[in-house]
Write a protein that binds this ligand. Sequence first.
Ligand code: HEM
Length: 146
Amino acid sequence: SFSEAEVQSARGAWEKIYVDAEDNGTAVLIRMFTEHPDTKSYFTHFKGMDSAEEMKQSDQVRGHGKRVFTAINDMVQHLDNTEAFLGILNPLGQKHATQLKIDPKNFRIICDIILQLMEEKFGGDCKTSFEKVTNEICTHLTNIYK
Ligand code: HEM
């Protein structure tokens, strides 16, 4: 669980990147798709996935980037309430495990890209403040597969 100070600094860090949720969520997805092209195999129903330039224009990629960031934002609002935090994360994890069949190694990949983007845009303190959140998300998502 998170201390009050951890909750505050994680929220502060997240707010910086969430202000531009669609652009930053899209940037995270594009980096995942280009640096780990196997992740595109889950999105065969998305059109215009051949280059970063195409992806940037894609309503499907943009919509999904926004959706992923909105889900994380909901979790960030409940860092001080484990039950509520897991109430958001567990059903999402179930869907990724059973219906979407996402290889859980990809959760660490997308979380590391979020941290990388935070560091590039807002500096090392921003990244450090959010690391515990991404660790919790990855740990719980991966545990659902066990
Ligand atoms: C769908 C969040 C990681 C692949 C979704 C949805 C959300 C979401 C909110 C929509 C769920 C719904 O419609 O009920 C997240 C979060 C992640 C994460 C918060 C990690 C921090 C991943 C990863 C992959 C992935 C790593 C694959 C590499 C998908 C796919 C869909 C989906 C294929 C369905 C997309 C569609 O058909 O529109 N995710 N996701 N997700 N996610 Fe994730």
